[in-house]
Design a protein around this ligand. Structure first.
Ligand SMILES: *Cc1c(COP(=O)(O)O)cnc(C)c1O
Length: 241
């Protein structure tokens, strides 16, 4: 547990350093805990250190853990590949879905929200690394996609999310984040009703500095706080539930 507290301090320092270097305000960048595979005792401990934002990738884990951490009132996001038959469950726990990546999902989400008389914030997932294996809208299709989703009045588009290239070549990683920032600027300039994409969710344990330098408002940190996971990320980033 001490290690978790120490790691959170280290991340806060990394955020601070990256903000200083890129002339950004510390208050403009939030740390989001990526809690997949992490048990609720450790999540609760991390929340008690003052982090208030968590994200889960799998509906099953979201459901199992959220009730055990809700007394600390975290803001809960969902970021996995969401199957439409699990929308109902996600709506019970999450206030934001960061992984909207297809119109069929947006449509089903809207139908469910209408039924429940609810609304939700979402980010659009963009595939900035152009890898076949990754979900997300192709950058050149993002504007049309956003126009379509914006027509659903229960769904509020508040940001863009991307998983950058997992590479030690920082130039290539930076390209992904820069592309997301450029898309944000372009889309904001269009002033599409119901679209206010201030948030850029990008950067993880290994590349958060680059993401902050390129404009991230939310960085998502897992291993650098909780240690290595036993499952490979592909298990969380593909279709399997
Ligand atoms: C797991 C995960 C993260 C965090 O990755 P780490 O390398 O553990 O910091 C960020 N984003 C998504 C979508 C994830 O699934």
């Amino acid at each position: 547990m001490d290690l978790i507290a120490k790691n959170i301090n280290i991340i806060n320092q990394r955020i601070q350093t990256a903000c200083n270097r890129s002339n950004r305000n510390l208050s403009d960048v939030r740390m989001l805990l990526a809690t997949k595979t992490v048990d609720t005792n450790r999540i609760n401990f991390a929340l008690a250190q003052g982090v208030s934002l968590i994200v889960e990738n799998k509906v099953q884990e979201l459901k199992e853990k959220c009730s055990a951490v809700c007394h600390l009132n975290p803001e809960v996001h969902f970021i996995g590949h969401l199957q439409t038959n699990k929308i109902k469950e996600v709506l019970k726990w999450a206030s934001c879905i960061e992984s909207i990546d297809r119109i069929s999902l947006a449509k089903k989400l809207h139908q469910r929200l209408r039924l429940e008389k609810k609304e939700i914030d979402v980010y659009i997932q963009v595939n900035t690394s152009f890898e076949e294996s990754k979900f997300g809208i192709a950058p050149n299709e993002t504007i049309d996609f956003i126009r379509e989703v914006a027509a659903f009045d229960t769904i509020h588009i508040k940001g863009l999310m991307t998983i950058g290239l997992l590479s030690s070549d920082s130039k290539e990683v930076r390209k992904c984040f820069r592309l997301l920032k450029e898309l944000q600027k372009k889309i904001m300039a269009l002033k599409i009703p119901n679209v206010d994409i201030k948030e850029l969710s990008m950067g993880m344990s290994s590349d958060l500095e680059i993401a902050i330098e390129e404009g991230a408002t939310i960085i998502r940190v897992g291993t650098a706080i909780f240690g290595d996971r036993t499952y490979p990320d592909s298990y969380y980033w593909n279709e399997n539930e």
